[in-house]
Design a protein around this ligand. Structure first.
Ligand SMILES: CC(C)(COP(=O)(O)OP(=O)(O)OC[C@H]1O[C@@H](n2cnc3c(N)ncnc32)[C@H](O)[C@@H]1OP(=O)(O)O)[C@@H](O)C(=O)NCCC(=O)NCCS
Length: 159
């Protein structure tokens, strides 16, 4: 568990079960899904873990961390961040930062080299503020929009 206090906004980040991410995945990330299936194939893989940030006993931010290689990034031990979201009402309070920082601490312990993600264009600034860098190529993902691949080398990460 990792905690922070942002303008008296007490937040706690913990590992959660994949099903506990569905509500925010639905509301924030994938409102276009019609069959009520908010799972990812990789959700239940052995090395996958999910983090959730709690505010007053409610999960307000989520992220899923999957062992997956990106061939454009030249390191062997990689994890991919998937389905990162903070509820509309609680953005800008540090929940996303707390979640990524806890993930980086966990991944460092696992001796992972790289955390990467496919970032929506609107979130590129968020990942920059956490020290991630981008691969310039822009690509389009159906139903969602333009994305850029972003990544951070864990050994370069300084809090
Ligand atoms: C992107 C998102 C997860 C950020 O979560 P958040 O909890 O609001 O982020 P935080 O409050 O922890 O912000 C951390 C830092 O990033 C900055 N930041 C947050 N969102 C940003 C954005 N969209 N653009 C630029 N900077 C941003 C904050 O100002 C803050 O900077 P600081 O620490 O220097 O003050 C959230 O806005 C969101 O869910 N967006 C919609 C879904 C989405 O795009 N998810 C990403 C999919 S790739």
């Amino acid at each position: 568990m990792k905690a922070t206090n942002h303008d008296s906004f007490k937040l706690e980040c913990r590992q959660i079960k994949s099903e506990m991410t569905y509500e925010l995945r639905k509301k924030v990330l994938w409102p276009h899904i019609k069959n009520d299936d908010y799972s990812l194939e990789s959700d239940t893989a052995n090395e996958t873990f999910h983090l959730g940030v709690y505010f007053k006993k409610k999960i307000i931010s989520i992220g899923t961390f999957v062992k997956e290689q990106n061939e454009k990034i030249n390191y062997t031990k990689q994890y991919r961040l998937r389905a990162m979201a903070t509820s509309n009402e609680t953005r800008g309070k540090g929940a996303g930062r707390l979640l990524i920082e806890m993930s980086l601490e966990l991944l460092k312990k696992k001796e992972i080299d790289i955390l990467w993600c496919s970032s929506r264009i609107n979130a590129v600034g968020f990942y920059h503020s956490l020290g991630m860098i981008e691969i310039p190529k822009l690509y389009f993902i159906k139903n969602i929009g333009y994305h850029k691949t972003m990544y951070i080398e864990l050994k370069k990460w300084k809090k």
